[in-house]
Design a protein around this ligand. Structure first.
Ligand code: PHE
Length: 464
């Protein structure tokens, strides 16, 4: 007889004592490069407002219901995502196949970290660049060349590896110490600072940028222009930005106190996360249009457009470096949540120390990350299936395949395989009307929407 862990009241890694800690940690995980770097650039690549609309619908109709389910699973199981899924499946009399959610998610976390820390390294590198005044009075052409041009930032792969390494080290360091110690302080102070600075930039963009054009680009909601592949990118990004479908939120849910309302908490986090992404878009696109840059410039969009703005603001050297410091911090609080599922698993399954577990997973991500570094220079012309560099491939595989599949399985498991009494017990403090709306979304709407967009999007990408 195995023990039924599924009704445990605490995790062996501890329970967060204050209600705020879960909100801070989960929003620290959610708000990161996805909001400030990725959302604007994929919006630019996918044509703007139709994409934004698809993304918002995915957050609302799919992301929030599944995020509630994932958090609930974590708090119910109180263990790492793999064991949590095994335990809950077992006590629901369901197949142990469902542990695949934990396995795939744990792997996805390491894969994402590999390229995430490369991009976070770019943000670190831009701190001294802005501080030096290199961009003072810069033109669009200059910022473009400084980033991706011949002999520009991206071509110096040794430098990129150095920053990637530095970011990996600080991530491993925090995870090794236990996420509670440093994290709580960091998020409590940095998140508000980041928001304030984004607002300062927003004012600048509104005054000096092509604001109306940028606004139009994001919010004209012209649905005619959306391909199925873009819809899949929007879906994948809804998961990515909410840290959803791969166990991070499940792992954090395991440390959440019993008496908190999951529905309320998750809704707050999702709204905050979405607002930050939209503001970042409203900062970046007016600058892009005002300076004749390409909205579809790709992963460099933020690193080209924002230094331009700072180059023209009084005090831009200070504000600019501060901004990239905050972006790096936001990335940091996300990165630690990427390997927390794997770290908790290695500790519980193999008796690793936290330190060893963090080193093993951080080290693996680091090695793989070198491939992403080279994707922007010496390997940029090697393309798998004629379309993917290592970076593109890992991004597509994780955001557009693994996370939506993980999310789909979570919705199916909680909606159909888990004992409803267990679910209702875990969510008993929720408002009953909202709870039944949630059941409906989770059982019917979310899984069919994910499956449909996934199938159409993958078909469009590879065969269309
Ligand atoms: N949500 C983070 C961001 O938007 C990335 C992330 C994805 C973190 C998945 C954890 C898990 O930057």
């Amino acid at each position: 007889m195995t023990t039924d862990h599924s009704s445990a009241t605490a995790s062996i890694h501890g329970t967060w004592t204050k209600r705020w800690t879960f909100i801070l940690a989960a929003s620290g995980s959610a708000v990161g490069l996805g909001n400030i770097w990725k959302f604007p650039y994929i919006t630019g690549e996918n044509g703007g407002s139709a994409f934004v609309l698809a993304y918002l619908l995915c957050i609302l109709g799919i992301g929030i219901p599944i995020m509630i389910a994932e958090t609930m699973l974590g708090r119910r199981g109180r263990r790492n995502p793999i064991h949590t899924m095994q335990d809950i499946a077992h006590s629901s009399g369901a197949s142990s196949f469902w542990a695949i959610i934990g396995v795939m998610g744990t792997l996805a976390g390491v894969l994402i970290l590999s390229y995430y820390s490369v991009i976070a390294g770019w943000a670190l590198a831009y701190i001294p660049k802005l501080a030096s005044g290199e961009f003072n009075g810069a033109t669009g052409a200059f910022a473009n060349a400084a980033f991706g041009g011949e002999g520009g930032f991206l071509s110096d792969y040794k430098m990129l590896i150095m920053w990637h390494s530095l970011f990996t080290i600080v991530t491993v360091y925090v995870v090794a110490r236990g996420i509670e110690a440093g994290l709580e302080k960091a998020v409590r102070f940095l998140m508000p600072a980041l928001i304030v600075l984004l607002f300062v930039l927003l004012i600048y963009s509104a005054v000096e940028g092509a604001f109306a054009q940028g606004f139009q680009f994001l919010f004209a909601f012209d649905a005619s222009k959306l391909s199925w592949n873009s819809a899949l990118v929007a879906l994948g990004h809804a998961f990515f930005t909410l840290s959803l479908g791969m166990g991070s939120i499940m792992a954090y849910g395991a440390y959440m106190p019993k008496q908190d309302s999951i529905g309320k908490t998750i809704t707050i986090i999702a709204v905050l996360d979405t607002a930050i992404a939209l503001i970042a878009g409203l900062v970046i696109f007016p600058l892009v249009f005002a300076h004749g840059l390409e909205p579809s410039a790709g992963p460099g969009l933020m690193f080209i457009s924002l230094p331009l703005a700072f180059g023209h603001i009084t005090g831009g050297q200070v504000f600019g470096s501060l901004f990239f410091i905050l972006v790096a911090f936001a990335a940091w609080t996300s990165a630690i949540s990427l390997i927390e599922p794997g770290v908790a698993w290695l500790i519980e399954r193999f008796g690793y120390t936290r330190r060893k577990a963090a080193l093993v997973l951080g080290g693996s991500a680091w090695v793989l990350g070198i491939g992403s570094v080279f994707s922007f220079n010496i390997w940029q012309n090697y393309k798998l299936m004629g379309m993917f560099t290592v970076f593109d491939g890992l991004d597509f595989l994780t955001s557009n395949i693994m996370l939506p599949l993980g999310g789909l399985l979570i919705a199916l498991f909680v909606g159909w395989a888990m004992k409803p009494e267990m679910v209702n017990d875990e969510l008993k403090m929720e408002n009953t009307k909202l709870l039944s709306a949630w059941w409906f979304m989770l059982r019917y709407v979310a899984p069919s929407a994910v499956a449909f967009v996934f199938a159409m999007g993958v078909y469009d990408k590879f065969a269309g």
